[in-house]
Design a protein around this ligand. Structure first.
Ligand code: ZN
Ligand code: ZN
Length: 417
């Protein structure tokens, strides 16, 4: 990696972290590696680490933003709406064949800015429906999977618009390595064991409280979120079906659970721009009644937000509640990353759309009807948006009605020591 020659040692450690801590690949498993063409040299470090860890096979799936853009611009609508089933075959089968999934992620935040959003939405809808099995394996943690970041040219230019490209990429690489707890550590894998321990202390605390609801208060936000009976808070590493611990996101600072899909009331305002399928939505608010979005406003990206909410019925309900202190390694950078993997780890967030069935007791063995009854939202989308700030207060309400301060001024209201 010519342009990253200052980071060679750290990139090797980062690749090892992705394999050991991210997917925690076990001997004999495969690795399905989704990676931008631009990241090929880093992807090959990851590939090497995967084989060292005993991978039976590494199957790369190279992506390119411009190729994707050309499709959205020029392909006939009919082709976007009707994707042949053979295109999904490998994805749906490989997860059943003991392949773990690693995504190297660095999309151009503005890629689809000038593309008709309904064309993008039509394609995404068909695509997501096509990979139902693949998605179920990930959402139900039947297989280990993870996402790590890579500073592509377009993304780096978006975060550092005033710098020459090389410098922008180096600066973003530096931030990614710092925030992912790679730089400054001899052994990032051991560092992540400590980090996971701390997140597990927070989830243990929250799980003991068995809150019935959370009340959010900040400027432009007055929201009550019911938590379903049997909800489970997760954070840091999580076990897959067979008990193998893996970290779905690198970085991660959040602890999260699911809301009751019909138990959200009030208004919540966004605190950061949010990128939906390559289109930026900013300064927006959503008003909920009995779980459903009944009104919304957006200063930027109104159309994109409308398309998101129209994806299906579940897209108008919440599927995730995540708590992140306002002061985190991501927010300390003072940057807006225009990338959910980073921005969501700087801020309390909520997600519209599908909930993780792992967030409710017994959820992995429930059928769709049982999940629905338990209040678990279902949708073809899962879109995180940021609502945290230095002003946000959150109270938890227990079964007996007692209120517990959870967040005060954007920080945990209790100590984990
Ligand atoms: Zn989240
Ligand atoms: Zn999410």
């Amino acid at each position: 990696m010519e342009q990253f020659h200052n980071f060679q040692d750290q990139l090797r450690k980062f690749a090892r972290l992705a394999i050991k801590t991210g997917v925690n690949l076990q001997e004999g498993q495969g690795l399905y590696l989704v990676a931008p063409i631009e990241s090929v040299q880093f992807a090959n470090l990851v590939t090497e680490e995967a084989y060292k860890a005993g991978a039976k096979d590494v199957l790369p799936d190279w992506t390119d933003d411009t190729t994707a853009l050309l499709r959205f611009q020029h392909a006939p609508l009919e082709a976007l709406e009707n994707i042949p089933s053979w295109k999904f075959y490998a994805r749906n089968e490989l997860v059943k064949d003991n392949y773990t999934v690693l995504n190297i992620y660095g999309p151009d935040p503005d890629l689809l800015e000038n593309v008709d959003g309904s064309r993008v939405a039509a394609f995404m809808k068909t695509y997501v429906q096509g990979i139902t099995v693949y998605r179920e394996y990930m959402m139900k943690h039947k297989i280990q999977w993870s996402i790590v970041a890579y500073p592509t040219i377009a993304w780096s230019k978006k975060v550092f618009p005033d710098k020459p490209v090389d410098e922008a990429q180096n600066l973003l690489m530096k931030e990614i390595l710092r925030i992912s707890r790679v730089s400054g550590n001899d052994d990032p894998v051991a560092e992540w064991e400590e980090h996971n321990k701390k997140l597990h202390i927070a989830t243990d605390f929250l799980n003991k409280q068995k809150f019935r609801k959370l009340i959010y208060k900040a400027k432009g936000t007055d929201l009550t979120i019911d938590l379903p009976e049997g909800h489970i808070w997760w954070g840091g590493s999580e076990p897959d079906d067979s008990g193998i611990q893996f970290n779905p996101n690198i970085p991660t600072e959040e602890v999260f659970t699911l809301p009751h899909k019909n138990g959200v009331n009030g208004t919540v305002s966004s605190t950061k721009p949010y990128n939906f399928n390559g289109q930026i939505i900013d300064h927006f608010s959503l008003t909920f009644k009995d779980g459903e979005v009944v009104d919304f406003k957006a200063e930027k990206g109104h159309e994109a937000l409308k398309h998101l909410l129209e994806s299906d019925e579940g897209a108008r309900h919440l599927g995730e509640v995540a708590l992140v202190p306002h002061r985190s390694p991501v927010s300390e950078s003072g940057l807006v990353f225009y990338n959910t993997l980073f921005d969501e780890n700087a801020s309390c967030h909520l997600a519209l759309g599908k909930a993780y069935p792992t967030c409710i007791r017994g959820g992995n063995n429930m059928n769709e009807e049982q999940l629905e009854q338990a209040g678990v939202n279902n949708s073809i989308v899962h879109e995180d948006f940021m609502v945290g700030s230095a002003e946000l207060d959150i109270d938890g309400v227990k079964e007996d009605g007692t209120k517990v301060a959870v967040f005060r001024k954007g920080a945990w209201a209790f100590s984990f020591e």
